[in-house]
Write a protein that binds this ligand. Structure first.
Ligand code: BG6
Length: 468
């Protein structure tokens, strides 16, 4: 039986692209903005942490979206976006994170940004914290390991809900909250230490974020009853390396590393398997009765996810933090070694929907690749079109399977700084930005071939995925 369904993207499906404040805006100290964690990373999330703010730091200028957003939004509108996912930089609103009063200039920036989007009939889809937090909260409080951050985050979240209540209908709390176990500094402001076992600290930080997230859900429901607020995780399904039951169990355990974060945010409590993991690893968390109540009562309205790749679990390998994983021989890889698996997206959407029965929202999916500007100025990124087309075909299948999907925002709307490497050459956008890894370039924007392709996809509401 063939199961291809041609026109199953629902009416009102949200189509667009995604970016994040810290990877796009630049203007890192403008209009009262404070230093954020990303501003001290010279080479992206997996590079070293520097204390000085001299030299080349990719977030300082990024693609200068802060000053060029009008031009960029006009391009997004031309592509037919009906939504744009971006984030608010916490440090524009509360430069140090622990102030009582917000920074008015920072609030005004997002007023102007959201107004400009709405003027073009593009809905802002907003992540409250995307891989950045005030550096001051790391230095003075030890990052998310400290419960006090819950109070600061609540104040920040409530401030933005009140301010943008008439402008933003879709919210997310923490970007890829499940990655705190692999990139604790970027996700949680936890400075890595090679000497101590950091697991207890990292899981305490994760708990504090989960509670803060639940408080944000509560505040959002109270302040903007018509809005929807979701959690956001990165997905990369783990397949067993063989059909040996040990490998199947290894895959189950690896997948639970992600599902745990969803179980807490969607079902409202810590599942038994994670309690066992904590016990066996001598992790004892500070979870108050109030925390447990807040988690239980304030579950999310939808699940937002990023999807780029799948991975392999093998019982005999001692993988730590998803490194040293076997390669899947049935898949090809991107230039950065991410294994390309479009069907894994259909699988993931079905697995999540079967388990939770909550609407899903794909808020990141795309290909990081080196692009070449031809002599005539064209950028023929057929590989990106192929990647996205293959994934969208599987999204269509998943919808035909019965998955309730709110929308699809490709990563990324426009070339921005890579989160993991800090490179500009790892490009994901439909719009090319003239800037290289050393920070040189005019920042001029140009449409890639994928721009015209995606425009047609949106125009046809996903019916015309084109050929490459
Ligand atoms: C996701 C992040 O992990 O993947 C983004 O939410 C990031 O911030 C994207 O940019 C792609 O990863 P990278 O490292 O290639 O930029």
């Amino acid at each position: 039986m063939t199961e291809t369904s041609k026109d199953c993207f629902p009416e009102g499906f949200l189509w667009g692209g995604a970016i994040a404040a810290n990877q796009a805006e630049g203007a890192y100290l403008e209009d009262g903005k404070g230093l954020s964690t990303i501003d001290v990373l010279p080479r992206g999330a997996v590079g070293p942490i520097m204390n000085a703010v001299e030299g080349k730091y990719p977030s300082h200028e990024a693609i200068d979206f802060y000053h060029r957003y009008k031009e960029d939004i006009a391009l997004f509108a031309d592509m037919g976006f009906n939504c744009l996912r971006t984030s608010i930089a916490w440090t524009r609103i509360f430069p140090n994170g622990d102030e009582e009063k917000p920074n008015e200039a920072g609030l005004q920036f997002y007023d102007s940004l959201f107004d400009e989007l709405l003027r073009h009939h593009i809905q802002p889809i907003i992540t409250i914290s995307h891989y950045e937090m005030p550096l001051h909260l790391v230095k003075e409080y030890g990052g998310w390991a400290n419960r006090e951050l819950i109070t600061f985050f609540r104040r920040y979240a409530e401030t933005v809900f009140r301010r943008y209540r008439d402008k933003v209908k879709y919210w997310m709390t923490f970007n890829e909250i499940n990655l705190i176990t692999s990139v604790p500094f970027v996700c949680g402001g936890i400075i890595p230490s090679s000497s101590d076992n950091q697991q207890p600290v990292i899981y305490q930080a994760a708990h504090n974020q989960l509670v803060a997230s639940a408080f944000a859900v509560k505040a959002c429901h109270e302040i903007i009853p018509h809005a929807k607020i979701g959690c956001m995780i990165t997905t990369a399904p783990a397949y067993p390396a063989t059909c040996k039951s040990d490998d199947v169990i290894a895959a189950m355990q690896m997948n639970r590393g992600t599902l745990f974060f969803l179980d807490v945010q969607v079902r409202g409590y810590y599942p038994a398997y994670i309690q066992r993991f904590f016990k066996e690893n001598y992790i004892s968390l500070d979870i108050t009765d109030e925390d447990a109540k807040v988690l239980k009562k304030n579950t999310v309205d939808y699940i937002a996810l990023s999807y780029y790749k799948s991975k392999i679990a093998e019982a005999s390998r001692d993988e730590v933090g998803n490194v040293n994983l076997p390669t899947n021989p049935y898949l090809t890889s991107s230039q950065w070694g991410w294994q390309i698996d479009a069907k894994g997206l259909r699988f993931t959407l079905n697995e999540l929907y079967d388990r939770y029965q909550k609407p899903l929202f794909i808020v990141e999916n795309g290909l990081g690749a080196v692009d070449t500007v031809e002599a005539d100025g064209s950028i023929n990124d057929d590989y990106r079109i192929e990647y996205l087309r293959d994934h969208l075909e599987q999204v269509r299948e998943a919808i035909a399977d019965g998955v309730d999907l709110i929308g699809f925002t490709a990563w990324s709307a426009i070339d921005i700084v890579s989160n993991s490497t800090g490179q500009m050459s790892k490009r994901y956008g439909f719009v090319y930005v003239d800037k290289d890894d050393n920070g040189n370039g005019t920042l001029k924007r140009s449409r890639k071939k994928s721009f015209y392709w995606f425009k047609k996809v949106i125009e046809s509401n996903g019916e015309d995925l084109g050929d490459v």
